[in-house]
Design a binder for this molecule. Structure first.
Ligand code: TPP
Ligand code: DXP
Ligand code: MG
Length: 629
């Protein structure tokens, strides 16, 4: 079928089973082919082809509400809702978003990107539906990984209590990004293998039907036997106990089985949990046989060989982090590392190869990871929680209440700090300085390159004066030589990278090369610009700031982070609090809106965090001098 001809999903109602399975194959071929060029979340989407087809055939989106948890598996939904023609621009600048997006389609009723929000969103929609007297089916689709997120359990608790009609689809493929972890995962494993419970229950009911009725006594006994059978065979029936009608395990690739269960669920009062078993990467061998999580989300690849197109280059910041952790762990037994379901992305999977007992993957549970790290620190351990900037937002109160207030020496290795690019607005790591800087006791540092990163991490682990965030960007370093020996740095001190009498640029990390290039080009216009590596974002190097204030030259702060509450704001606060009222400060950074998906250079261009942008800002503050002869 020509998928580009699909305008909306109503055509599905007229398809028979054979046509549906042909369409499933067409969709798989389309995804494999398109994503071999654009990259994206291939594995998750290949796993939900049949599920998505049946949902759109049986129900009426957008009147019936489909909520895709995390939303990385919504490509099939996007194809069926008339967006197949946009896949050549998937996750590209001004192109198709890799997650549900309300502005793209009425069928995208709930935006996601961060995990475990679908059940709460669904609860809200179900309550609103009933209060407004509307008639629709609310269907959140949540993965076994996303179910390990704390707010999913908060929502299950409430949904079970409210007993509102809804169909929760648990898409269980035994994988998070890496193989899933935790007691919930083991329980689901028992449920997966407990298919025989259904069979035994049906056999028992058949048997009872044959026994001549001897009054309620036998039937009551039988009911008790059936219930104890249930407990015996399916550990705890967790969901039934939480107030759900549990249907499962259901083969998530058998559209007949899916249809019959959805039909039953639709007629069932109260919340239903459909435990659907799928295979991540279904239909494409390299993705199906992916034990590590490579095919969860990836760049371009060769279809025939399954070879991922790797751009050679310097070590990634995540790789330098992992190597540094290994170096420290070899001589310091206190070091313990923590991840919230991101061992691959943070590099901790490499650390765990050498130190399997000193890496804890807690599932998608950043709140728990943060407070558990605090607990570790109270006992003299040196916890390092490696977490993406955007995902640490999930542990904000734990940062305040458990870590900073108690002034505990937890190291936060904040990966993907800054713009991340293709994942877009839900994943840009641009708010951590704003949400950390105002917390008493919190320290924040950012290295200028991969060599400074290893020393910063070492210093952070060795020091014992409270919580510290070491932030670094997604992607590779510069390929500079790495010192063999780790050494402690004077973290609170800034570093003058280039002298200049006319204006000073205070910056850090990825913006340093932009500032240095701008300074180089401004020299041609006779303007001498000083560039300072403000590698300690908190505390500020107040001594250097006061010296700069006395030099009375204009200052530009340059940061790939949110302006509001960011580094530049802290410089302004410092000058104000110290009565330096005449210092001119121009702040350059991420404006007060969400930065969508695209390549990082395109996004930086859009917001003017470029060499030209910096030069324009300098010319506004320093009059152009006569071109030097
Ligand atoms: C709060 C949060 N933490 C971490 C992530 C990173 N992440 C994206 S998908 C994923 C695994 C999701 O597993 P599951 O829900 O089982 O979906 P599947 O990919 O197996 O379909 C993780 C950890 C995230 N999106 N949000
Ligand atoms: C959907 C999700 O949240 C993750 O898969 C994320 O896309 C990983 O990001 P990186 O590619 O930066 O590791
Ligand atoms: Mg999963």
């Amino acid at each position: 079928m020509d998928l580009l001809s699909i305008k909306d999903p109503t055509f599905l109602k007229g398809l028979n089973d054979e046509e549906l399975s042909d369409l499933a194959q067409d969709i798989r071929n389309f995804l494999i082919e398109k994503l071999s060029v654009t990259g994206g979340h291939l594995g998750p989407n290949l796993g939900v082809v049949e599920l998505t087809l049946v949902m759109h055939q049986l129900f009426d989106s957008p009147n019936d509400k489909f909520l895709w948890d995390v939303g990385h598996q919504a490509y099939v939904h996007k194809i069926l809702t008339g967006r197949a023609d946009q896949f050549d621009q998937l996750r590209q600048y001004k192109g198709l978003c890799g997650f549900p997006k309300r502005s793209e389609s009425d069928h995208d009723v709930w935006e996601t990107g961060h995990s475990s929000t679908s059940l709460s969103g669904a609860m809200g929609m179900a309550i609103a539906r009933d209060m407004q007297g509307k008639d629709n089916t609310v269907i959140p689709v949540i993965g076994d990984g996303a179910l390990t997120g704390g707010m999913a359990l908060e929502a299950l608790n409430h949904i079970g209590h409210e007993q509102k009609d809804m169909i929760v689809v648990l898409n269980d493929n035994e994988m998070s990004i890496a193989p899933n972890v935790g007691a919930l995962h083991s329980m689901l494993g028992r449920m997966r293998s407990a298919g025989k419970y259904q069979k035994a229950k049906e056999d028992l009911e058949m048997l009872l039907k044959k026994v001549p009725a001897v009054g309620g006594r036998l039937a009551a006994t039988a009911e008790r036997v059936k219930d104890s059978l249930k407990y015996l065979l399916v550990s705890g029936m967790f969901f039934e106990e939480m107030g759900f009608t549990y249907l499962g395990p259901i083969d998530g690739h058998d559209m007949q089985e899916l249809k019959s269960n959805f039909t039953y669920a639709k007629k069932t009062k109260g919340p239903v949990l459909m435990h659907v078993i799928t295979k991540k990467g279904k239909g494409y061998a390299p993705a199906e046989n992916d034990a590590k999580g490579t095919w969860h989300g990836l760049g371009p690849y060769k279809i025939e060989s399954g070879e991922v197109v790797k751009k050679p280059g310097p070590p990634s910041y995540s790789g330098v982090f992992a190597e540094t952790m290994k170096k420290i762990a070899r001589t310091d037994e206190r070091l313990v590392t923590v991840t919230a379901a991101m061992p691959g992305g943070t590099g901790l999977d490499k650390f765990a190869k050498e130190f399997p007992d000193r890496m804890f993957d807690v599932g998608i549970a950043e709140q728990h990871a943060t407070t558990m790290s605090a607990g570790l620190a109270t006992q003299g351990m040196k916890p390092v929680f490696a977490v993406y900037s955007t995902f640490l937002q999930r542990g904000y109160d734990q940062l305040v209440h458990d870590v900073c207030r108690q002034n505990l020496p937890v190291v936060f290795a904040i990966d993907r700090a800054g713009l991340v690019g293709a994942d877009g607005e839900t994943h840009q790591g641009v708010f951590d300085i704003s949400y950390l800087r105002h917390l008493p006791n919190m320290q924040i540092v950012h290295p200028k390159d991969e060599n400074e990163l290893q020393h910063m991490l070492y210093t952070a682990v060795m020091q014992n004066n409270g919580p510290i965030a070491v932030r670094y960007p997604r992607g590779n370093g510069f390929g500079i030589p790495m010192d063999e020996e780790l050494r402690e740095l004077p973290l609170g001190k800034w570093e003058v990278l280039k002298e200049g009498a006319d204006l000073s640029i205070l910056t850090f990390g990825t913006m340093i090369p932009v500032a240095m290039e701008a300074a180089e080009q401004l020299k041609q216009a006779g303007i001498e610009v000083e560039v300072i590596n403000a590698r300690s974002i908190k505390p500020l190097d107040k001594e250097m700031l006061n010296e700069l204030a006395q030099q009375e030259k204009p200052i530009i702060t340059l940061e790939e982070t949110a302006l509001l509450g960011g580094f530049g704001s802290s410089v302004l606060e410092h000058f104000h609090e110290n009565s330096y009222h005449s210092v001119v400060v121009e702040r350059l950074g991420i404006p007060d809106w969400y930065i969508e998906h695209g390549s990082v250079p395109e996004l930086l261009e859009e917001i003017g965090l470029t060499v030209d942008g910096v030069q324009q800002a300098v010319h506004k503050l320093v009059p152009r001098k006569r071109q030097r002869a």
